[in-house]
Design a protein around this ligand. Structure first.
Ligand SMILES: [Fe+2]
Ligand SMILES: [Fe+2]
Length: 156
């Protein structure tokens, strides 16, 4: 194994580790949402939601920055036109996820400031974001495992 091969493998390992950390951040939000009754989160629990949701959003931003700037997307794009298109699609999803996360942080901050409950619609949008993100991370795991395989000479 030469140095560049080690680097790709370590990048992929780091991303897999970050995916586990993002999932932990999501679980921090879900622990609060479990306290919702009738699909609505009581006003006194709204401020409790803001902190883990903000932490999740900040974690996500750093994670996406590493994926986009750490070099792995470029390497994946070198494999084929298909993987290049997949990377472009994944990066475009980052913009969408961050916009949705920002909007949800702002919404819950404003609800907490007015001491209002979190309505079912906001909780549903948080759940939808997590579901889309799990699918996204799964697709990346598959893509990056493929990249490591190719880099180690498995594609020859
Ligand atoms: Fe991603
Ligand atoms: Fe990711």
């Amino acid at each position: 194994m030469n140095a560049p091969e080690e680097k790709i493998e370590s990048l992929a390992n780091r991303i897999a580790r970050e995916h586990r950390e993002v999932r932990q951040a999501i679980e921090g939000v879900q622990r609060v949402l479990l306290k919702a009754s009738q699909k609505e989160l009581a006003a006194e629990l709204c401020s409790e939601l803001v902190r883990p949701l903000t932490a999740f959003r900040d974690h996500l931003r750093l994670h996406f920055e590493f994926e986009e700037d750490g070099g792995i997307m470029e390497r994946a794009g070198e494999i084929s036109e298909g993987t290049k298109r997949k990377c472009e699609e994944l990066v475009a999803q980052h913009r969408d996820f961050l916009a949705r996360a920002d909007e949800l942080v702002e919404a819950t901050e404003s609800l907490a400031a007015s001491n209002s409950p979190v309505p079912a619609g906001v909780i549903a949008r948080i759940d939808q974001l997590f579901t889309s993100l799990f699918q996204h991370e799964h697709e990346e795991n598959v893509l990056f495992q493929h990249l490591v395989y190719e880099d180690l000479g498995g594609g020859d």
